[in-house]
Design a protein around this ligand. Sequence first.
Ligand SMILES: [Zn+2]
Length: 263
Amino acid sequence: MPEGDVVHRAAVRLGRALDGRVLVRSDFRVPRYATADLTGRAVLGTVARGKHLLTRVEGDLTVHTHLRMEGSWQISPAGRALPRGDVVRLVLANDAWQATGVRLGMVDLVATAQEERLVGHLGPDLLGADWDEAEALRRLTLRPETSVGVALLDQRNLAGMGTIYRAETLFLAGVSPWRPVGAVEDLGAIVSLARRLMDTNRDRPDRTTTGDSRPGRGTWVYGRAGRPCLRCGHRISRGEMGAEPQERLIVWCRHCQPGPPAG
Ligand SMILES: [Zn+2]
């Protein structure tokens, strides 16, 4: 599942291919925008906001996309064959490059002035230049009874975190995901750690939170449910938490991260 680091990297790749060039092809394969046509307009730039991408186009238009569970932006020389099957949601191309949005979870076309309607609810972006830790902490603690695992994934509190960084951050901090956010002693340290982990990985496709990028060694707990903890040898637990069905998975070590519900 793409998290903030992947999305920020996608923004950079889209920028290299599209910025400052005039679109010669725009193919929206979502019913709502089937007739939209951006050809003849230059792309001004793409910015990431948490897990959202905003591609701004001449004429005060913004293409909003979200990768959700399995979406991606594929960049290739213009004119390349598109992926087969019903997976392409959007193609934006100039005479040199084409950007193909595959399995995107959201595609919107709005006036640039209306962007806030789509991303205005987001908390501070963990990888944003305007990151504001105090504001993120304020938002996280508005509902102190919420479990810290749920609060960290709520994009209204802070934007960009997904199930992988949540699991890895809480493991490294030694905090149970089920602990109420109001009972976490040093929430600031957890948020700083999450930001550091994501920032370290923003320029590297082989994500690692362990410092080891060999296959199967890149994470402490994520993807390791049922296997021995790399620190203590106890079996890694898995469970479900949170509201959004696709983001329920939580893995943690009951020994290294004591607390509810393990007791
Ligand atoms: Zn452990």
